[in-house]
Design a protein around this ligand. Structure first.
Ligand code: UDP
Length: 257
């Protein structure tokens, strides 16, 4: 258990209920309801691929460059492309200004996101190159790693990087003794546990599974199942966002003929 969670739970305002007597959460959602999610693909002119995701109050931009020549050269792999991921939070993305630059948390999140995306990519097609993924959190309200994975996967597809499947992600957790979908910041702070999950839906492969907090074995299973359900709904939205972009291109091409 992270120290942060213990401190947050101890600092919980007295009488604060995360779920009311009607089963409604602080933001009005039901237990198994996702926050509102909007996605757009191809939002940056200068990146090879890009995507913007608004997920509740999270605002996240992903940009992809590559496959391209790798510097420094000694990092290159003779058999496959190297995948580099940088997750970064803007100083103004959180309530208490965040010092710019990497910290332990962002280095860890970059690493787990890289692990979540890598199984989906046909890196062996591009030996001696690098694919760079930049995830910029402009506004954070819990669940930024799952929103970041979702945006990055869209940006990779937009860049035309060959993929086995999209990677879709979502978290579930426990608040006031109940397993719920997609925790927001207050629920993450004052709840009992948070379980982010990423999947490749075509084969039901899990590429990220983390747990912060305390859960019994059965609760963990329930949370994972629920997060997978959430990720599948996210996957549908990703497909729609990609289709939207290709429809636009098709219309532009038709207009120019
Ligand atoms: N957070 C913050 N300051 C920080 C790091 C995180 O306010 O320096 C907030 C932010 O809203 C973030 C939330 O805490 O989304 C939960 O962070 P966590 O490490 O659990 O990752 P996430 O849920 O965003 O993937």
């Amino acid at each position: 258990m992270k120290v942060k969670r213990v401190e947050a739970m101890m600092g919980r305002p007295e009488g604060l209920k995360l779920i009311d007597e009607n089963g409604k959460r602080l933001d009005g959602r039901k237990k198994y309801e996702l926050r509102r999610i909007d996605m757009e693909v191809g939002v940056l002119k200068n990146a090879d691929g890009s995507a913007y995701v608004e997920w509740g109050k999270n605002k996240i931009l992903a940009a992809v460059y590559g496959p391209r020549e790798i510097h420094p050269k000694h990092l290159q792999r003779p058999d496959m492309a190297v995948l580099r991921v940088r997750y970064n939070m803007a100083p103004f993305s959180v309530e208490e200004r965040k010092k710019p630059g990497p910290d332990r948390r962002s280095v860890e999140i970059s690493k787990v996101i890289r692990g979540a995306l890598e199984p989906a990519l046909l890196l062996e097609m591009f030996p001696r190159t690098v694919i760079d993924v930049f995830i910029e959190v402009l506004q954070a309200d819990a669940g930024t790693r799952v929103a970041g994975i979702t945006a990055a996967s869209l940006a990779l597809a937009d860049a035309g990087v060959p993929m086995r499947d999209l990677v879709a992600a979502c978290a579930a957790g426990k608040i006031d003794g109940e397993i719920v979908l997609d925790l927001n910041k207050d629920e993450d702070n004052y709840g009992e546990a948070d379980v982010p999950v990423a999947i490749m839906p075509l084969k039901n492969d899990i590429t990220l599974l983390q747990m912060d907090g305390y859960l019994t074995r059965d609760e963990l299973l329930e949370a994972v199942k629920l997060a997978i359900k959430g990720a599948k709904a996210v996957y549908q939205k990703q497909r729609e966002a990609l289709k939207e972009k290709y429809l636009q291109i098709a219309q532009e091409v038709a207009g120019n003929e």
